[in-house]
Design a protein around this ligand. Structure first.
Ligand code: NAD
Length: 468
């Protein structure tokens, strides 16, 4: 029998100030400073996640229809690996860094301390409701901060499980969860933080940044984008079709890194469409809708948003196009468009639809990609020509790139993950998360005897060539 997940109570907006003040007071006692304390929190978190695996999987199923294997790999397994990685490296990371300086400054022993920032707010999005809270949280704990997390209100079951894991594992004096909608978020953003780590859409990111500006609070913004996939003449088109179909069907396309549109060389377009159809048949032999391995759209509002975007396209649906509102089901849908101004690619779709644009050359592609969306989160190229890959990389921008595949640069763990321009700023994941949540303080210690060498700095300036 599936485990029972009760309804989660909303945090009272009026309580927010007291919650933040309590954490700040506790943080100032220095409890979180010793690395041993942080390790204990991380170990306890590791085991609490393991103990609650079944509950997490059930919550993700209830909230967003996530298939078990997808949920385990991308939400649980990834987080457990990340905790392990940070535990293995925390002593070295917290020990700071020696600076590389010129010989004459070596006696000053320049180094970088990595102190905690203080009290941080982490706000997550609904598509990976567990991972997007716990991945930054691990970095924040490892670096010694106190933390308030707010899960997306669109995924209440996962919010409940998050709250339970906090209660099972973490010191309530320094780490807490809050739950609620826009009024709660607004009140949270009105507080003074030492960092706001926000994952979500770029409209709300602007609200976050404006609120943060009042206190000059730094922000990390993990946003989305219109992610291109290029399939050149030299590509293995069957492989491209299979991998693109995987990237588009995973989490029912609700991935910030999901392919938004394909720019395909004309010689391959028929084979690409056929390859997508064949792959769907292979992945879901009894049909996509009947398969337990295909998710659902998170809620009715997003179902209608995505449906409207597909219907607004002037292109031709070549794969999919089925909708079932009663289940918030949208089949993987590929639309052949003829115009780069098509409404389907005017903004991020964040669902299981993808446009296909056909081109006859390679040269025009980087310009086309820049014109459609200059700063996507992910960019993908399927090509067996190293010069094409080099030209594509040099002439486009994105948060990350995967070559001959999609999405994977966001899944390998210890590489910096984040966006550029419209897709956000700041980088985290694995060991990179430690620095995001650290105050990197430059320290030098000047011995008295060094004035013999550094005397030139003192007035009157009569000792050097520039003394006049
Ligand atoms: P969402 O609706 O869950 O909202 C995200 C957060 O913003 C929530 O915590 C919510 O409470 C808060 N919020 C919503 N409206 C607000 C308001 N008016 N004022 C203050 N806070 C508010 O999720 P979403 O934003 O729709 O998420 C989807 C977006 O997130 C997509 O654009 C996707 O690409 C992006 N995303 C990015 C990443 C990444 O790592 N770069 C990962 C996942 C999702």
């Amino acid at each position: 029998m599936a485990p029972y997940i009760p309804e989660i109570a909303e945090t009272a907006v009026n309580d927010v100030n007291a919650i933040v003040e309590r954490l700040r007071k506790n943080y100032e006692t220095g409890t979180a400073f010793p690395v041993e304390y942080r390790k204990v929190q991380l170990r306890r978190l590791f085991w609490a996640i393991k103990d609650n695996e079944e509950l997490i999987l059930e919550a993700l199923k209830q909230d967003i229809g996530k298939p078990c294997l997808e949920a385990w790999i991308s939400e649980i397994g990834m987080i457990l690996e990340e905790i392990q990685l940070l535990l293995d490296n925390i002593d070295r990371l917290a020990g700071g860094e020696k600076a590389v300086v010129k010989l004459q400054y070596k006696a000053l022993m320049p180094h970088v301390r990595k102190d905690p920032l203080g009290i941080v707010l982490i706000m997550g999005a609904y598509n990976y409701p567990f991972q997007l809270i716990f991945s930054p949280l691990i970095g924040a704990i490892a670096a010694g901060n106190a933390v308030v997390v707010k899960c997306s209100e669109a995924t209440p079951a996962t919010c409940y499980v998050t709250q339970k894991i906090f209660a099972d594992a973490l010191d309530p004096d320094l780490y807490t969860t809050v739950h609620g909608g826009i009024p709660l978020s607004t009140e949270l953003l009105a507080q003074k933080w030492d960092l706001i780590f926000y994952t979500g859409n770029s409209t709300v990111a602007r609200i976050v940044q404006q609120a943060a500006a009042k206190n000059l609070t730094p922000t990390v913004l993990e946003l989305g984008g219109i992610n291109p996939v290029v399939v050149t003449k030299s590509a293995d088109v069957k492989l491209a079709a299979r991998r693109i179909t995987w990237g588009k069907t995973h989490n029912a396309g609700q991935i910030c890194l999901s392919p938004s549109y394909i720019v395909c060389h004309s010689t391959h377009v028929d084979a690409l469409i056929q390859g997508i159809k064949d792959t769907l048949q292979e992945f879901y032999p009894n049909g996509v809708k009947a398969s337990p391995d295909y998710g659902r759209i998170v809620n009715n509002r997003h179902f209608h948003r995505i449906k409207k975007m597909i219907e607004s396209s002037n292109g031709e649906i070549v794969v999919g196009g089925e909708f079932d509102e009663s289940q918030n089901f949208i089949s993987p849908t590929f639309v052949r468009i003829s115009d780069r101004h098509d409404p389907l690619i005017a903004e991020e779709i964040f669902g299981p639809a993808c446009a296909i644009l056909v081109v006859d050359d390679f040269q025009s592609i980087p310009r086309l990609v820049r014109d459609i969306g200059d700063t996507p989160l992910g960019a993908y190229i399927f090509s067996n020509d190293a010069n094409e890959v080099k030209t594509f990389m040099q002439n486009t921008r994105s948060g990350g790139v995967t070559i001959n595949d999609v999405v994977l640069h966001g899944g390998v763990g210890n590489v910096p993950f984040g966006g550029v321009g419209e897709s956000g700023n700041g980088r985290y994941r694995g060991l990179y998360s430690f620095d995001v949540f650290s105050n990197q303080r430059a320290v030098v210690k000047t011995p008295g005897w060094i004035d013999g060498l550094l005397n030139i700095r003192y007035p009157p300036y009569t000792r050097g060539k520039l003394s006049k």
